[in-house]
Design a protein around this ligand. Structure first.
Ligand code: NAI
Length: 270
């Protein structure tokens, strides 16, 4: 269902790799809600992925940018404003990657070159993105910036590995930069803490299926899907949430406030 929630709004969406990606669903829904936007991803991901299908479907252009490279970000933000015909109203950071996770390196035996790279891609890129938007004065007043995160930033999920630390950094940057963006530009900055979701990044985590089933049984409303995450993200891009900022918002079917559920208790008693 469409509500014209983003009619007249312009933005940039990072991170649509394939049709499972949370960013992919967000782009589809943002298009349905009347937004115009530019899609972006790392050049290597653009070669591997199917983003052109999404671009055609949503009538949008694709500009490659490695989110760790400030020159790429500057170019992206300039070109996006040219293409869209003005400043931006929303930006989605939907980027995550850990080489330690990908290569099965245990948390207690990290390769620190990989740790650095993962931190840069997954967390520092959010600071770089916001700093570039801020310096270029590229956001309209009452614009909205959202990044996606996971609850391992607050609680221990051993197989989430160094991504837990990356997410903690990401959430802190949202608050710290969000202060300046709010004060100086009237722009809000939030993170959405999403349920485990079967995407390329999600499935890279060891034991992901167990992880997902556990969360499903623990959450009174069940896990939130990628499409539901897209819907929630759109509310934060809309004018209906103008005073929501510096928040880490759990979108997880209630998981984060649970101790134990009846279903899990019963499973433990077997
Ligand atoms: P995905 O694999 O579809 O998306 C990750 C994206 O990051 C890909 O499009 C990839 O190309 C992009 N990326 C990697 N390196 C990049 C770089 N240097 N520059 C620009 N882009 C780069 O997976 P998903 O799940 O849609 O991930 C989106 C976000 O949601 C990530 O921040 C992830 O950590 C977060 N998240 C995912 C959950 C899950 O279970 N899938 C749960 C909670 C949060």
């Amino acid at each position: 269902m469409s509500y014209n929630l983003l009619k007249g709004k312009r933005g940039i969406i990072f991170g649509a790799l394939d049709e499972n990606s949370i960013a992919w669903k967000t782009a589809e829904r943002a298009h349905e809600e009347g937004a115009e936007f530019v899609l972006t991803n790392a050049p290597v991901a653009l070669r591997m992925g199917t983003i052109n299908t999404l671009a055609e479907k949503t009538n949008s252009q694709v500009i490659p940018a490695d989110a760790t490279n400030v020159e790429d970000l500057e170019n992206l933000i300039e070109k996006a404003q040219e293409i869209l015909g003005g400043k931006l109203d929303f930006v989605l950071h939907s980027i995550g990657m850990s080489i330690n996770v990908r290569k099965g390196k245990h948390y207690t035996d990290q390769n620190y070159d990989w740790t650095h790279k993962g931190l840069d891609v997954s967390a520092m890129s959010f600071h770089k993105l916001m700093q570039t938007l801020y310096k270029k004065d590229a956001m309209n007043e009452w614009g909205s910036i959202v990044a996606l995160t996971y609850m391992a930033a607050q609680r221990v999920f051993p197989d989430y590995n160094d991504m837990a630390d990356n997410k903690a950094y990401l959430e802190s940057v949202a608050r710290s930069f969000g202060y300046f963006f709010g004060k100086d530009k009237k722009v809000r900055v939030n993170t959405i803490s999403q349920s485990p979701t079967p995407t390329s990044a999600g499935q890279g985590v060891k034991g992901f299926t167990g992880f997902m089933n556990y969360a499903e049984k623990m959450s009174p409303l069940g896990n939130a899907t990628a499409l539901e995450c897209a819907d929630y993200t759109l509310t934060l891009f809309s004018d209906l949430t103008k005073k929501v900022t510096l928040q880490n918002l759990f979108h997880d079917g209630g998981f984060s406030n649970m101790g134990v559920s009846q279903e899990l208790m019963e499973a433990m008693e077997e």
